[in-house]
Design a protein around this ligand. Structure first.
Ligand code: ADE
Length: 247
């Protein structure tokens, strides 16, 4: 997968060199390019923002550097990917919620570009123009406000890239994760068997795979009911058996 990120703080994306995503880059599974928006300015101060039309607080990102940056991304990427356009993701608190389902969809794409906004946002014409050339999704991490899109891109790229075949060594670990099937994860334990006087649930030592699976499912249901009643309410009733309903 090719990934392009445009930001005024390219160093913010340095963590993408670490851990599993860094390894995926070195192995050629992820081809990541970070671009400095200021490279697409032409004035001495490398200006990327200006005051909003209509007045109000804060600054708005000017359209010209964004237009040039996205033109560059499309041209450079098309040469590398062999044509086409990226799916453009713009993180922002006013976007659609970024979910595991969206991460799965985006992980299927051959090419994603991320535009990191700052200040009060990017001039709306940049979105309008980009939509004429490529799919554009404005996505939010959650109902809170960050200073810019960079931290959101770190989170989104990690959520997406780990779903690319080969990035996570043990693909089985993706199956029973929170948000994969509408339930949160069950609690997990490892050695030692007693720690600070606390043991582990007896059933996990029983060697009885059926009972362990049932216990884990009970715990997932209990946890989801407690922490995320909204998720439980959204669950397809057909996905629940008799025993589930008893939990
Ligand atoms: N930029 C600022 N706040 C954000 C949020 N909640 N999600 C994604 N991008 C953002």
């Amino acid at each position: 997968m090719r990934l392009d990120v445009v930001s005024i703080f390219p160093d913010y994306l340095a963590p993408l060199d670490l851990s599993l995503i860094g390894k995926a880059r070195r192995e050629g599974l992820v081809d990541l390019h970070v671009h400095d928006l200021r490279d697409f300015t032409h004035d001495r101060h490398r200006t990327v923002d200006d005051t909003p039309y209509g007045g109000g607080a804060g600054m708005v990102m000017r359209p010209e550097p964004w237009g040039e940056a996205l033109d560059h991304v499309v041209a450079a990427g098309a040469a590398a990917v062999g044509g086409g356009v990226p799916h453009l993701v713009v993180p922002g608190p006013g976007g659609r919620p970024f979910t595991q389902e969206l991460a799965r969809e985006l992980a299927q794409q051959p090419w994603l570009a991320f535009a990191c906004g700052r200040y009060e946002g990017i001039d709306e014409r940049v979105y309008d123009e980009a939509r004429e050339h490529m799919p554009v999704s404005v996505l939010s991490l959650g109902d809170y406000v960050l200073n810019g899109g960079e931290v959101a891109v770190l989170a989104m790229v990690e959520a997406i890239a780990r779903l690319i075949p080969g990035v996570i060594g043990n693909a089985e670990s993706l199956v029973e994760e929170s948000h994969e099937d509408g339930l949160l994860e069950y609690p997990v334990y490892t050695k030692p068997p007693v720690w600070r006087g606390r043991g582990i649930p007896e059933v996990l030592l029983s060697g009885h795979h059926g009972q362990i699976a049932r216990w884990r499912r009970d715990e997932r249901l209990r946890r989801t009911a407690q922490r995320r009643p909204d998720m439980l309410a959204a669950l397809d009733p057909a996905a629940l058996d008799e025993r589930d309903r008893a939990v």
